[in-house]
Ligand binder design. Structure first.
Ligand code: ATP
Ligand code: MG
Length: 428
């Protein structure tokens, strides 16, 4: 009896050929922008000690409370598949003295993150982030640089018109504590009017109530204490410096006083790029300042600010907006077909072309067969040109070429001229 087919885990997706090209396009654009600002890549392990995340993200956050993939390894150590990258990045920087003596760092990483969430469009259990973290810089200019960098990326990707920057300041930890106390006082008196999640958060993580999706809770918040009244002077100055820099460069934003981040470690600047294109999962990029985290994790106090963007959500956006350039889906320039009798000559020609044109994307037909069938494969390959070799061509030292896009007449060229001709065509 046939066994049940084994499928991928819920919320963990294969990136198939075709999709992977869009991923590579997006990753390439992001890397180009990061390179343009002088950021360096760091690669961290995907599995870490569970305590790393408990200590950094905070015990009472959604992630640590209910979303982590935690297991014991064969030596009975508690390990966790990373739910985000900041904790690992801070650990690595501290462990390798990258941020010792106030050394500055501008870093980025890319890779899978794991959270046990309810899978839906734009929300998965294995998803991918591109994260950026900076260390050693306390002033608002670096906050501005990060935002300007993402802004430039949206322009490059042609999605600028469909994303909005939301900005807020969370103040100092003291300001947050004062505000938290006032908020808890206010909401405790009205506890029965809160949604269930918010009731729970009242004792665990009251600031998160501010971004509750529940309409009644939001209405209740209209008359709640106002964060702005609690912000300390230094944070207020930091915030207006940031705003002035963004204004100067022409990056538009909306102030959202209810914007708080899911993780405990943020203070001062927080921001999100949001879109209406994706339904409920509308945040494509989120970040902020976390000056307290390095010390909280056992290192020396180090100012830090960073962000992470969700690759799947950006890809959904590119697709929804038809913003994937056509050339991205092509993966072959030349498809080489040949009669079986001259297959060895075809191999030789392919080798020569690859040597002459190191960036050429050439795919060879395998196994011979009728020319008509081979040409059908050529047409399906996304190649711009079919190169055709038969006994005639070999006898004359030529190659026949068919442009698969405009369906023009076939031409013949000397094999020696083929590389020059191709280079001209492909760069035209
Ligand atoms: P959300 O409010 O959507 O749950 P979050 O605050 O948990 O997001 P962060 O931890 O700040 O998200 O992660 C940064 C970005 O990573 C998000 O803005 C989003 O684009 C993406 N992201 C987060 N969780 C997921 C997920 N489960 N699936 C896909 N993308 C995700
Ligand atoms: Mg979340």
């Amino acid at each position: 009896m046939a066994q049940d087919q084994i499928k991928a885990l819920t919320g963990m997706n294969d990136v198939l050929p075709g999709q992977s090209q869009v991923w590579r396009y997006l990753e390439g654009q992001v890397k180009a922008v990061l390179d343009g600002f002088g950021y360096q890549e760091i690669r961290m392990p995907i599995v870490e000690q569970t305590n790393l995340f408990k200590r950094s993200i905070g015990e009472v956050t959604d992630i640590v409370e209910k979303e982590m993939y935690t297991f014991n390894d064969r030596s009975d150590r508690s390990l966790t598949l990373r739910p985000e990258g900041t904790a690992s990045c801070v650990r690595a920087c501290d462990e390798h003295q990258l941020i010792a003596n106030n050394k500055r760092q501008r870093l980025w990483y890319m890779g899978p993150m794991f959270r046990y969430e309810r899978p839906q469009k734009g929300r998965y259990r294995q998803f991918h982030q591109i994260g950026v973290e900076t260390f050693g810089m306390a002033s608002a200019d670096i906050d501005a640089e990060l935002i300007i960098m993402t802004h430039q990326l949206w322009q490059r990707l042609n999605i600028r018109e469909k994303v909005t920057l939301e900005l807020n300041t969370l103040g100092s930890s003291e300001a947050r504590a004062n505000f938290k106390a006032a908020l808890v006082d206010y909401l405790s008196e009205r506890k029965d009017q809160l949604d269930e999640d918010s009731q729970r958060r009242l004792s665990t993580n009251p600031l998160r109530i501010l971004d509750s999706k529940n309409a009644q809770t939001q209405a209740l918040l209209n008359d709640a204490p106002n964060f702005q009244d609690y912000i300390d002077e230094e944070s207020a100055e930091h915030f207006s410096h940031l705003r002035a820099l963004l204004d100067a460069v022409g990056v538009e934003y909306v102030i959202n006083p209810r914007l708080v981040r899911g993780l405990d470690y943020y203070g001062k600047t927080v921001f999100e790029w949001v879109t209406n294109e994706l339904g409920a999962q509308g945040t494509v990029c989120a970040g902020g300042r976390y000056d307290g985290l390095v010390e909280q994790m056992g290192g020396k106090a180090t100012p830090a600010v960073g962000f992470a963007m969700g690759i799947e959500r950006l890809i959904l956006m590119l697709e929804a907006m038809d913003a994937v350039p056509e050339h991205v889906l092509s993966y072959v320039d030349v498809y080489l077909v040949s009669e079986l009798e001259v297959a060895d000559k075809a191999m030789v020609l392919a080798a020569k072309l690859r040597e002459q044109m190191p960036n050429l994307r050439l795919q060879m037909h395998m196994g011979g067969g009728k020319m008509k069938k081979q040409m059908k494969q050529a047409n399906e390959s996304s190649a711009r040109f079919a190169f055709i070799l038969g006994e005639n061509e070999i006898a004359n030292g030529q190659v026949s070429i068919k442009d698969l896009r405009d369906n023009a007449e076939q031409i013949s060229l000397s094999q020696d001229e083929a590389a020059n001709w191709l280079t001209e065509q492909l760069t035209a």
